[in-house]
Design a protein. Structure first.
Length: 153
């Protein structure tokens, strides 16, 4: 018999088996800001979990999944304190100039904190890998494009 005609469970059981959020195989380096955000998220999810009612199966599944993820990330977090340096490292803020003259500023951070739209990139990204260890005045090639390093903060 085709699965299309099998009656599904009632009561939201489909929500009980949400897949786990994938956890990166890379070292979980975090900035002090990111560590504080992860701790706050775990605390928020714990409060939310405690307030759920037994019939809120979809919410329970979502919160449980997210709490598992963030608790694992908190447990594996390796804090990297900012270090003043002439070369680009984890936590550095880098101003670059692209071939077309456009300038951008990025901060190299951990994977959970990265958001290129707001100016932060993961230390495992191609851009961050190419920039790491370089100094102002150097140029790197990323995805076939030349990028000049203007300043490091």
């Amino acid at each position: 018999m085709s699965q299309a005609f099998v009656r599904e469970k009632e009561g939201g059981e489909a929500f009980e088996d949400l897949p786990d959020r994938p956890i990166s195989p890379h070292t979980n380096f975090v900035t002090p800001e990111s560590l504080a955000q992860i701790e706050a998220e775990v605390a928020r999810l714990q409060r939310e979990f405690a307030s759920l009612t037994p019939d809120a199966k979809a919410d329970t599944a979502r919160v449980t999944r997210d709490l598992h993820y963030w608790t694992a990330r908190l447990g594996s977090a390796e804090l990297v304190e900012p270090v003043g340096s002439d070369d680009i490292r984890f936590g550095s803020t880098v101003e670059i100039e692209r071939e077309d003259g456009a300038r951008q500023t990025y901060r190299i951070v951990g994977e959970d904190e990265a958001d290129p739209a707001t100016g932060s990139i993961a230390y495992v990204s191609p851009m961050a890998r190419a920039l790491t260890g370089k100094v102002a005045g150097d140029s790197v090639t990323v995805n076939g494009h030349e990028i000049a390093i203007i300043a490091i903060r």
